[in-house]
Unconditional design. Sequence first.
Lengths: 223, 60
Amino acid sequence: MNRYENVVAHSGVEVVSSNKVLKNTYLLLSATLGFSAVMAVVSMVIGVPPIMYIASVIGALVLGIFVLPRTANSSKGIGVIFLITGLLGFGLGSILSLYLALPHGPQVIATAFAGTGIIFLGLSGYALTSKRDFSFMGGFIFAGLMVVVLAMIANLFLQMPALSLAVSGGIILLMSAFILFDTSRIVRGGETNYIMATYGLYLSIFNIFISLLQILGIMGGDE
Amino acid sequence: MEWMQILGLIAGIMMLFILWPAYKHWSANSPKAEKGDWQAAILPLAAVVGLVILLIMSVR
């Protein structure tokens, strides 16, 4: 009986702890997404050139590799995640300006935005309600991402539209798998740092949005 | 255009730099999939593919 009570108490503590991480992650995620949107609007108003997008991605990668893991356990981590997401939002603004100049640009942006929201909410809801452990996909997802990044690098020089479409499709699938993977890790207590959890989910949403924009831009007939 | 390629190459190499240790960690430490796990993962991913096709049709 005592043992049973210990098990119940222990799992109860874990559930409360993972619920807290989940709640904090979603709060921080909504705040960072809102901040990114504001920075994207600022960038569009200023009219920054498209090269700013790649520069901001590099800046965000540097912060994500070298600064965020060292500050994620302190309050400085919140500032760093806002810096990263603000930078990515600022870079995104230059891409959105390009799409807005196309005849069906606003429709493509709105569709990509709606699609990203549906994918994120649907997959998060599925991972939360199914309570399955999706961490078995870890090796598969990272191997797939490395293949996609190599294809992306190759396409910088090959400039093949079909390969570009395939890369974007691959990114959407892999980032969708990442949402399942990350959410199930948070729910099951595998990720206990809400700043790192937010960073993972934010990157998945950002990449899905960019890839959807590219696919809809090409398939919508606007090149 | 050359600058875009160079910056893209730097970004790609940095991504590989992040992904390699994560790949090594997860390929060594991922739990084995149990019966029905892959089905449970493929089902929502197939729904994503369906949604993307619908979105493409909506903008054509």
